[in-house]
Design a binder for this molecule. Structure first.
Ligand code: UD1
Ligand code: UDP
Length: 367
């Protein structure tokens, strides 16, 4: 038996690690240990409920407006105790959050190997996104096994000197998650409030580097697009971060045809995304999912670590300037050819069943 510990703390890590947890649980040669740091509370619980994952440990670290130093130090200390007790053969982390980096450091202090799922994404810009770019670079310095989603991310790791025998190109487990969630016959109370003849734009925005003016610029552009285009409605499940909530409510509350709602669980979000005309987002995960749904995505950031989607033509890097955002959305509302060109593309992140492959690789390496 090999003991595999999976550690995650936020909504997107949960969504992309749940298929891995399920694959580990289904394998008779594996003793799985699932740890959540609780960096997110309600938004992570939604994911655990949907995928029916019951953690063995919950560090429950979240507090309102938490600082990076506090998240990192609480996870570092909490994981120290759990690793001392459990002594797993390998620790799996995901992506680029503070949970990811602090858990990797803790495993390193215990000289326990680290497997990094979604390794090798890069913008090569220290502060963009902040702090995620450094979180993932530092995690990849510590990691012993890399599960890169695409050949490009695998190549990034090789360029940095990662051991070629330990870099596996596995696709992205976000696509596995879509197979659990998408439904043909889907209903939601918010969809009933949206006129079926209208074009529905799904909006999400939360990144630390976008809080303040960049976010306010985008929200003003959204408000004005809706005012000038009577056939457009916006659905915006607002992230629970107090900084995001404040700006969203200041600019978009009580605006006609803008629906500010609570974060959706992932079944609702995926099905809502699949029924949208367009997605505007600064999310990482949404950039990976949308190409499978044939919905164009405007990326509300200046950089992306997911250039595969831009090259495939599904993502457009729009930034957060008021005029650029407004002009780009209006082009896609009114120029059918430009819209179709973005909508009709293949997903560069694979076709699902990636979690099984990750499990097989771990078993081959450790047994
Ligand atoms: C974190 C990750 C980011 C990821 C995002 C996914 C870091 C540094 N950032 O950013 O990479 O894209 O998660 O959403 O790891 N809150 C709640 N309930 C929740 C979740 C959050 O109330 O369920 C509020 C709390 O006040 C919390 C704040 O949101 O302090 C910010 O959460 P935090 O995890 O620090 O940052 P995110 O912006 O969510
Ligand atoms: N998501 C969700 N509910 C929402 C908004 C997003 O379940 O209201 C999902 C989305 O499908 C994707 C993930 O959350 O899988 C992205 O999380 P987020 O944008 O918070 O983080 P990021 O991917 O940017 O790190």
């Amino acid at each position: 038996m090999i003991k595999v510990m999976t550690v995650f703390g936020t909504r997107p890590e949960g969504i992309k690690m749940a298929p891995v947890v399920k694959a580990l649980e289904a394998d008779e040669q594996v003793t799985p240990v699932t740890v959540v740091t609780g960096q997110h509370r309600e938004m992570l619980q939604q994911v655990l409920d949907i995928f029916d994952v019951t953690p063995d440990y919950d560090l429950a670290i979240m507090e309102p407006n938490q600082s990076l130093a506090k998240i990192t130090s609480k996870v570092l200390m909490g994981m120290d105790d759990i690793l001392t007790t459990e002594q797993p053969d390998i620790v799996l982390v995901h992506g680029d959050t503070s949970t990811t980096l602090a858990t990797s450091m803790s495993a390193f202090f215990h000289q326990i190997p680290v497997g990094h799922v979604e390794a090798g994404l890069r913008t090569w810009q220290k502060y963009s996104p902040f702090p995620e770019e450094m979180n993932r670079q530092l995690t990849d310095r510590i990691a012993d096994v890399y599960f890169a989603p695409t050949p490009l991310s695998a190549n990034n790791l090789a360029r940095e000197g990662g051991d070629a025998d330990r870099i596996y190109t596995t696709g992205n487990t976000a696509i596995d998650a879509l197979q659990y969630t998408l439904q043909q016959d889907y209903h939601h109370e918010v969809l009933q409030q949206v006129d079926p003849d209208h074009k529905m734009i799904l909006l999400t925005m939360h990144r630390r580097e976008n809080q303040g003016d960049p976010m306010a610029n985008v929200f003003r552009a959204v408000r004005d697009i809706v005012a000038e285009n009577p056939d457009v409605e916006v659905v915006y499940p607002v992230h629970l971060s107090p900084a995001v909530q404040k700006t969203a409510r200041e600019i978009l509350a009580d605006v006609d045809r803008v629906h500010l709602i609570d974060p959706l669980d992932v079944v609702d979000f995926h099905n809502m995304a699949a029924r949208s005309y367009l997605i505007m987002t600064d999310s990482g995960g949404v950039q990976e999912e949308a190409p499978s749904l044939n919905v164009p995505v405007l990326v509300l950031r200046d950089t992306t670590e997911r250039p595969e989607g831009v090259d495939a033509g599904t993502l457009r890097l729009t930034g957060t300037d008021y005029d650029t955002v407004k002009t780009t959305v209006e082009e896609l509302l009114h120029n059918e050819a430009a819209y179709q060109e973005m909508a009709d593309n293949l997903n560069p992140y694979g076709d699902g069943h990636r979690a099984d492959r990750i499990t097989r690789i771990i078993k081959d390496l450790i047994q």
